[in-house]
Design a protein. Sequence first.
Length: 279
Amino acid sequence: MIILLPPSSGKTAPTSGPSLDLSSLLFGSELTSCREELIKDLHQVCSHANAAQMLKIGPNTVGDIADNLDVYEAPTTTALNLYTGVLFEAAKFNQTLENATLENTQKTVTLPADILNSEIMIFSGLWGVVRPHDLLPNYRLSASIKLPTVGTVATYWKKQLNPLLNAALKDQIVVDCRSGEYRKMWTPSARHPCELLQVVVQREDPGTGKRSVVSHNAKHMRGVLAGALFEQRANGKLSEEVSVSQIVEIASNLPGIIDVDVSTANASGEATLTLVTGR
């Protein structure tokens, strides 16, 4: 099982740590030149007087423009510690890592931190896709932004990530907790299918029973699901060979969830996993 996450617009900038090493990031040998190209393009934008407008940066995060210019020299921290928005707060990955215990120390087991780093991928406008323990500086670049040279960031990354992720995720069960703009960076193809469950959150009106897609609570619920799946893996209650029915069962037991639906998969193996809340 692989869990795909979006980045977080809410970040906690590191104050100490090593400087950026692009070769150490996920797919370092394949994507370093792509990341360098994006950084160069981003630097050009951030040097303009209207950089905030071009990057759609609000007054509360305008300081991130300076951070964008300093990504090579700035201190780094793990992606898990950098991203501190709603989804990551709800997932409580660090808390699970602290609390996870290995019941049988006599056997060779995979450590929870290794499970986290090998089974979760975080998509990013600037870095493409990274692991939770990859070291990143603070930055600001959404996948929906259009840069002067590379064009729309999501479209640029789709060309780079398709061959890598098609190979890496082929025949895997993938729980896709990404938001729309980051889904555009990679989706499976019929030639390279996988079992992908796109997580959607709906609210059921208690009076009429009608369901509607929600946005403000979706990040939170996707984070809760991702956290619950990782917790089950970290505590040894869920094997690496997970099934869709096991994922549905875990989702059904999440707080606030009153129903879970799974659609029929398309030719690429994509299906929708709908979490239904009553509030």
